[in-house]
Design a binder for this molecule. Structure first.
Ligand SMILES: [Zn+2]
Ligand SMILES: [Zn+2]
Length: 271
């Protein structure tokens, strides 16, 4: 057997293993309700699951717990009891699942990875709420401190001055973006010009463009589908991390084909 063949088999069997484990786990709430494990001579549901499928106590607890939480959420409950997905994924969204959003979440579970689901849940919980009493996450240099202290001593409002500077920077970016937006032409090429990439970097740095996300940007996402718009208008481009990128596309899960520029090693390069 070649290495490649051996690897293929490992992947295939691994996938089947996962699939059947989900199925087995989905049966546990019903087994528990009927106390089937007792009738069949097992000391507990834990022994039942361990002996029949090698599940840990934690996994059993998780399955029973999730089923209770999904009691009034039929779409999510169905995913659990029919073994359509992993407990890991369902756990990620359990904290944000409501009667109103559960159908939508069930769809997301189908298309998003475990990490993207965790990101989605976190976004939902903290969202753009800024934290009160924030402190600087970096140090100011002695020179900057000296200048700010001097301005303060002169009776200037340092906060106002800094806000003005920040606004000026923002306006510069907006102006440049307008200019490049006007220049954006219809194209079939996936090449995003150096000018545009430079501007995006100026605006978002190396980071995902979702304000509260601190992960590095991984792709330049076209918020207007490139397949339709056929331009790289910077107004509709946003660097995103892998997780937020999956989320962005899951909003329109029907979109299968889209194009991207990949951000590698902090540099925007094309893929
Ligand atoms: Zn995209
Ligand atoms: Zn992100």
């Amino acid at each position: 057997m070649t290495d490649e063949k051996l690897y293929q088999l490992c992947k295939q069997y691994g996938q089947w293993t996962l699939h059947w484990r989900w199925k087995f786990t989905g049966l546990l709430p019903e087994v528990n309700r009927r106390r089937l494990y007792e009738k069949k001579g097992f000391a507990s549901i834990f022994e039942f699951a361990a002996k029949l499928a090698g599940l840990s106590n934690d996994q059993v607890r998780l399955a029973l717990n999730l089923e209770r939480r999904f009691e009034d959420k039929p779409a999510l409950k169905q995913m659990l009891v029919e073994g359509k997905t992993s407990l890991h994924k369902l756990t990620r969204i359990a904290s944000i699942a409501t009667v109103e959003n559960e159908q939508e979440l069930a769809q997301k579970v189908n298309v998003l990875s475990k990490n993207a689901l965790a990101t989605l849940a976190r976004d939902e919980r903290v969202g753009s709420k800024s934290l009160p009493g924030q402190t600087l996450k970096f140090d100011l240099s002695d020179e900057v401190i000296e200048q700010l202290n001097l301005l303060h001593a002169q009776g200037k409002d340092v906060n106002v001055l800094l806000m003005e500077l920040l606004k000026e920077r923002e306006e510069k970016i907006v102006t440049k973006k307008e200019e490049l937006s006007l220049k954006a032409m219809k194209t079939d090429s996936h090449y995003v010009s150096a000018e545009v990439r430079h501007l995006l970097k100026e605006e978002y740095g190396e980071k995902c463009s979702i304000k509260w996300c601190s992960r590095p940007a991984a792709v330049i996402h076209h918020s207007q589908r490139f397949g339709l718009a056929h331009t790289h208008d910077p107004k509709f481009l946003a660097p995103l991390c892998h997780e937020h990128h999956q989320i962005a596309h899951s909003i329109d899960a029907r979109v299968q084909s889209y194009s991207h520029s990949i951000v590698a090693g902090g540099l925007f390069v094309m893929s």
